[in-house]
Design a binder for this molecule. Structure first.
Ligand SMILES: [Zn+2]
Length: 269
């Protein structure tokens, strides 16, 4: 039985000289492994529509656990991603993360939309790559089940602060006063280590954030999916801090390293 499915190519592995296996992200079926026979031949009808980052309508035939690509029509190949090494490196990292968090046989409409919007933003090249990367990281973490709560201080409920003590491990934040009260309780608990039932401080990682950085995080998390990149950062320092906290937040929840991220940093020095 064959089926028409739209999907974006996140990863590809060459098999032999001309065949490849792709990891394809679709809205309806999440992540799929697709075998594309002869797709690496320059003259193949599949050549363009199966390249990395290509978004295509694919005619797939399913046999046991593998999908075989029969034909494909390219919808968008985000060609200009390849204009810069930084853009290619960023797209490679985003695709890697998406392939990591996408689940097989599960609706991944939201993740697919995030990936397509991000690839589009990279190819347009009108926003700093660091901003695109950070928005992607925060929203990807939220889709993967780690939605931070950026509405109000976890202690007192205040929302407009001068300094935000953001807890990367639990995705909540506190105002300075609540943070200090909490820190004091944790210190007291730590001092009671000899007591068998004492609760010990957990390995919290706290990031101190300015109102501008926090506003950017709130925008990234709460804006409409088609508006996620439509904001300006105040200055270079704000962008740097925003990028720093977004990357740390995703990585601390994914609990792994990405070679593609190391490569992105290597070409952005
Ligand atoms: Zn508070």
């Amino acid at each position: 039985m064959s089926e028409m499915i739209k999907g974006v190519v996140l990863r590809e592995t060459t098999i032999g000289d001309y065949d490849k296996i792709m990891t394809v992200l679709t809205a309806e079926y999440g992540k799929l492994s697709v075998f594309a026979r002869g797709a690496k031949r320059l003259k193949s009808q599949l050549f363009i529509s199966t390249q990395l980052f290509a978004y295509s309508e694919m005619n797939l035939y399913k046999s046991t656990n593998t999908y075989y690509l029969q034909s494909a029509d390219l919808i968008e190949n985000f060609y200009h991603i390849r204009d810069t090494l930084e853009g290619s490196a960023l797209a490679g990292y985003l695709a890697d993360v998406a392939a990591d968090i996408a689940v097989e046989n599960q609706n991944e409409k939201e993740l697919l939309r995030l990936v397509l919007n991000s690839l589009h933003a990279i190819s347009l090249n009108k926003k700093p790559f660091a901003q695109i990367k950070s928005v992607f990281e925060l929203r990807a973490a939220a889709i993967a089940g780690f939605m931070p709560n950026l509405v109000a201080c976890a202690g007192c409920g205040n929302s407009d602060l001068e300094t935000y003590y953001f807890d990367l491990t639990s995705g909540i934040f506190r105002c300075e006063e609540c943070y200090r009260t909490d820190a004091l309780i944790l210190e007291k608990l730590a001092a009671r280590q000899s007591e068998p039932d004492a609760i010990y401080p957990t390995g919290q990682i706290i990031s101190l954030l300015t109102p501008s950085v926090f506003a950017a995080m709130r925008y990234a998390i709460y804006s409409q999916p088609n508006r996620i990149f439509a904001f300006e950062l105040k200055d270079e320092e704000t962008l740097r801090d925003f990028a720093n906290v977004a990357e740390k937040y995703l990585l601390c929840h994914m609990d792994r390293n990405y070679g593609t991220l190391d490569f992105y940093h290597a070409v952005n020095l």
